[in-house]
Design a protein around this ligand. Structure first.
Ligand code: NAD
Ligand code: DAU
Length: 346
């Protein structure tokens, strides 16, 4: 079964990086749609990510926790919601190593609550999952949607549990769900705890770039725009009950990514510092995206172009990240990097 165009969307986590890019994209493409952003506004959820859109009568914000069933139910009923798109999550692997419990609360229990509301009200749910659920991948393989899940960090384990709950609800209760598993995204409005915005903003400030371990880990750095068009394709043409990988299918090492960032910003490569590795650091993610391509989707950006363009966005949009970097972010940064940078090697 494929689906009709949804009209009233509840976008959870719509003030975060990918959620806000998706809301902007969706409203531009579907001018007869209404979007309700449902967001707890954690440190990563920022109203300014949608600064240019709050005046629109087609967009509104409900501040709430996806773990609060009454609040989610009311938001759906009050707005005649016919689709929930679930971006809401705790998303940073390093934060999940420092403080893992909130990852279970939001990513597992929160998703479970959304499923219960979707079941009760008969609403379709699209869940945003990640390539990290597959674990790290051997050199000769690309993950396909039927591969077993083998998460290796508290973040990835919570996302895998959510992913499996969504599939279990489809099987047990027959509720209409779809899942996309995204690769590493880069682009505008990504919180500067993540590698590309962290390295870009550090380089702009002339601070060292802390590369974990040997920097030979591999990621598919996909432009967030392509993730948004991939999700849209699944929403409009995907088969209910199915899972779709979304990425470019092309990886690079972190050292290659760092070189692109520094070249895009015209900064010196001596800023790179090798620091103590992330515990349990996944060596490689790589996904086969043929299933999504079979629906007519193609990524627009090459990963190299995506990383360079993202780095330049941070150079041109200091208004967005400077208040973040001078605020509560400092405390996290010191906890995560002070000791590492003190023992750094070239
Ligand atoms: P983000 O950290 O930038 O934003 C997360 C958003 O969720 C924030 O707006 C935050 O306030 C909100 N949120 C957190 N807890 C909440 C709760 N309990 N209730 C309501 N809202 C809550 O995240 P992102 O990078 O945009 O990721 C979005 C989704 O995409 C996540 O599900 C993530 O696992 C997935 N994903 C991310 C990437 C990536 O590279 N960033 C790749 C693949 C998949
Ligand atoms: O793959 C999809 C996932 O991508 C998403 O599900 C996650 O929400 C998102 O955070 C991201 O996870 P990663 O751990 O891959 O992304 P991060 O930007 O944290 O790191 C990218 C790579 O860079 C990774 O190999 C770790 C490395 N790194 C990261 C930081 C923050 C460093 O070497 N130094 C750093 O300071």
């Amino acid at each position: 079964m494929t689906t009709s165009t949804p009209k009233n969307l509840l976008v959870t986590g719509g003030c975060g990086f990918i959620g806000s890019n998706f809301v902007r994209y969706w409203l531009a493409q579907h001018t007869d749609s209404n979007v309700v952003v449902f967001d707890k506004l954690t440190y990563a959820g920022r109203k300014e990510n949608l600064h240019d859109l709050w005046e629109s009568p087609l967009l509104s914000l409900v501040v709430g926790d996806i773990g609060d069933m009454d609040a989610v139910r009311a938001a759906c009923q009050n707005n005649n919601i016919d689709l929930i798109v679930n971006f809401a999550a705790e998303t940073h692997v390093d934060q999940s190593i420092l403080g893992p419990l909130v990852f279970t609360d939001t990513n597992v229990r929160g998703t479970h609550v959304l499923l219960e509301v979707a079941r009760e009200l008969g609403i379709r749910l699209h869940h945003i999952s990640t390539d990290e659920v597959y674990g790290h991948i051997k050199d000769d393989h690309q993950s396909v949607e039927t591969d077993e899940l083998a998460p290796r960090s508290p973040y990835a384990a919570s996302k895998a549990a959510a992913d499996q709950l969504v599939q279990a609800y489809a099987i047990t209760y027959g509720i209409p769900v779809t899942i996309t598993r995204g690769a590493n995204n880069v682009g505008p409005y990504q919180y500067p705890e993540k590698a590309v915005p962290l390295f870009s903003t550090n380089a702009i400030l002339g601070e060292p770039l802390p590369v974990y371990g040997d920097g030979m880990q591999m990621r598919d750095y996909a432009h967030v725009y392509d993730h948004c068009t991939g999700i849209e394709t699944v929403l409009l043409k995907g088969e209910i009950g199915q899972v779709y990988n979304v990425g470019t299918g092309r990886e690079m090492t972190n050292l290659e990514m760092v070189d692109i960032v520094l070249d895009a910003l015209g900064k010196d490569h001596s800023l790179v510092k090798h620091v103590t590795d992330r515990p349990g650091h996944d060596r490689r993610y790589s996904m086969n995206v043929d299933k999504l391509k079979a629906l007519g989707w193609e990524p627009k950006y090459d990963p190299k172009q995506a990383v360079a363009e993202a780095a330049r966005w941070y150079a041109e949009n200091r208004w967005w990240w400077e208040p973040i970097r001078s605020g509560e972010f400092r405390e996290y940064y010191n906890k995560q990097y002070a000791e590492r940078l003190a023992g750094a090697t070239k």
